[in-house]
Design a binder for this molecule. Structure first.
Ligand code: ADP
Length: 518
């Protein structure tokens, strides 16, 4: 068994891995940049090592340095989490070459799934359905036009080295293809240093449904059901759930078999995810494989009753999978990604210090977070602060539970997506499960119209603080640029600040303030 793990990551996922280590009796070593010296993952780990300044390129992305640190502290394994170095083939190889255990898939499997065209070729060889299209880069606009005509418009031009939606262009008619190809190639070259672009049929209104797989080093691989991840903005997932309303046990079995076939063809070991598009006819197409643990893994853990991160460690230690049959999901789980973004302001990242934090609890509520009171939220890293996850017997009960938990949650100091999530939960389409990958973007104007802009909320918060101040007998009121208000010289936050659900108490207080004035 692995005895000591260096965690090459930060934030909520680093803490998640620390917790898995603690429960398995494995020592954990956190690493941290200047910006994270006070972070919870640093305190909770058994040891912590400072690795550099805040920019990731000078700290969390310094692979060679991280390996040297692991050796120094006597760690025998490295867990990369997600993002940062998790899907870098060279890093997985370097860890192995240094005589350490890589808690993830073999470098060769990362490479095999690293390019979209290579992954498509591999999936086709495994009999896994892929989106109709090509597997080789386009030579020129003439070839692009001929290929697009063959598959029929609309088509999607995609960068072979793509990620994060970069180098992708939807083309609806022949007249647009030459310029779309040129701009996709340019963007791909800039982002990935590789201008290879190929063609896929553009699927209208599909769902994003992904299959979790777990493979051991003894040739066993199982599918652990699906996650529905269609609620996306700019290709970023915001809400995930398991199972999916669109997946029957029969479809789950076929998608699971297709994912396992693709994973086996890549020589996959450890936890991974095959992403699929599921169209309106119930046909599914392989998109790509994420060769790491994913942000949304908790929803699978809850409905499958399995600890995926612990199994990552067990598999890396050589353990066999405990079951060889894919289990069926029990109950329903939903995850909301709580980010420090301001939905009312075009989802602009919000920065500041967490002044007050009240975490939801009670039946079926899980909080995977990386912040606490005093945490400074800056711009150096991803704006995801935490994941709020709920579990209940049915989807309806899970939605009610998520609404209740979001209302309990108070984060003061930065703007967050909390209120926006409440509006998604209340939406009739969402509640009926009538969503696809375009739904959130098309619904944004309606969802945002229900949300007061930050300035209005800031004004309301100041008013509420003034009222509280008046009732207490006069203290100074300070408003922060993030739209919260606090009363100086009191330790409690004023009643009805923006952190609370819906802001109704704030508005009620504002009304009372008005009546006091008159
Ligand atoms: P990236 O790796 O850049 O994120 P993906 O291949 O995972 O690119 O695609 C990103 C998103 O774009 C998908 O989640 C889906 O929303 C959309 N998408 C990708 N391929 C297609 C397609 N052929 N038709 C329609 N939408 C697609």
């Amino acid at each position: 068994m692995i005895r000591k793990v260096l965690i090459a990551n930060r934030g909520e996922i680093a803490l998640r891995i620390v917790r898995a280590c603690q429960e398995l009796g494995v020592r954990s070593v956190a690493v941290y940049s200047d910006a994270d010296a006070q972070a919870p993952h640093v305190r909770e780990a058994d040891e912590a090592v400072h690795i550099g300044p805040a920019p990731a390129s000078e700290s969390y992305l310094r692979g060679d340095h991280l390996i040297a640190v692991a050796k120094q502290v006597g760690a025998d394994a490295i867990h990369p989490g997600y993002g940062f170095l998790s899907e870098r083939e060279w890093f997985a190889r370097a860890v192995r070459d240094a005589g350490l255990i890589w808690i993830g898939p073999p470098a060769e499997a990362i490479a095999a799934m690293g390019s979209k065209t290579a992954a498509r070729t591999l999936a086709i060889s495994a009999g896994t359905p892929v989106v109709p299209g090509t597997t080789t880069p386009l030579r020129d606009a003439g070839e692009a036009a001929a290929t697009a005509a063959q598959f029929g418009y609309p088509v999607l031009l995609k960068a072979a080295a793509g990620g994060g939606g970069k180098g992708m262009r939807v083309v609806r008619e022949a007249g647009e293809i030459a310029s779309a190809l040129a701009s996709a190639q340019r963007e791909a070259k800039n982002a990935f240093g590789d201008d290879a672009v190929y063609v896929e049929k553009y699927i209208e209104g599909p769902r994003h449904v992904e299959i979790q797989v777990l493979a051991d080093a003894h040739g066993n691989c199982i599918a652990l059901g699906e996650r529905e991840c269609s609620i996306q903005r700019r290709h970023q997932k915001m809400v995930e759930e398991a199972p999916s309303v669109a997946v029957s046990p029969e479809l789950r079995k076929r998608m699971g078999d297709a994912a396992v076939a693709a994973a086996k063809a890549a020589g996959y070991v450890n936890a991974g995810t095959c992403e699929f598009l599921l169209d309106k006819n119930g046909d599914f197409y392989f998109l790509e494989m994420n060769t790491r643990i994913q942000v949304e893994h908790p929803v699978t853990e809850l409905v499958m009753g399995i600890d995926l991160v612990q199994w990552q460690l067990r598999i890396a230690s050589g353990e066999r999978l405990p079951v060889l049959e894919s289990p069926q999901p029990k109950g329903w789980a939903i995850e909301c990604r709580i980010t420090s973004e301001d939905p009312a302001n075009g989802f602009l990242p919000s920065t500041g210090r967490i002044a007050h934090l009240h975490l939801p609890s009670g039946p079926g509520v899980r909080w995977d977070g990386g912040i606490e009171v005093g945490s400074v939220v800056g711009l150096s890293y991803d704006p995801m602060l935490a994941k709020l996850i709920v579990f209940a017997p049915t989807r309806e009960a899970a939605i009610a539970r998520m609404e209740r938990a979001l209302k309990e949650l108070v984060i003061d100091g930065v703007e967050t997506s909390r209120e926006f999530h409440l509006r998604v939960m209340a939406d009739a389409d969402y509640r009926a499960g009538r969503v696809d990958i375009q739904w959130l973007e098309s619904r944004l104007p309606t969802l945002l119209a229900q949300q007061a802009p930050a300035e209005t909320r800031a004004a309301a918060a100041i008013a509420a603080a003034l009222l509280a101040d008046r009732e207490r007998g006069g203290r100074r009121v300070a408003a922060t640029p993030e739209g919260t208000a606090s009363v100086a010289s009191t330790s409690t936050s004023p009643a009805g600040t923006t952190g609370r659900a819906g802001g109704s108490s704030t508005w009620a207080q504002l009304a009372r303030l008005e009546s006091l004035r008159s």
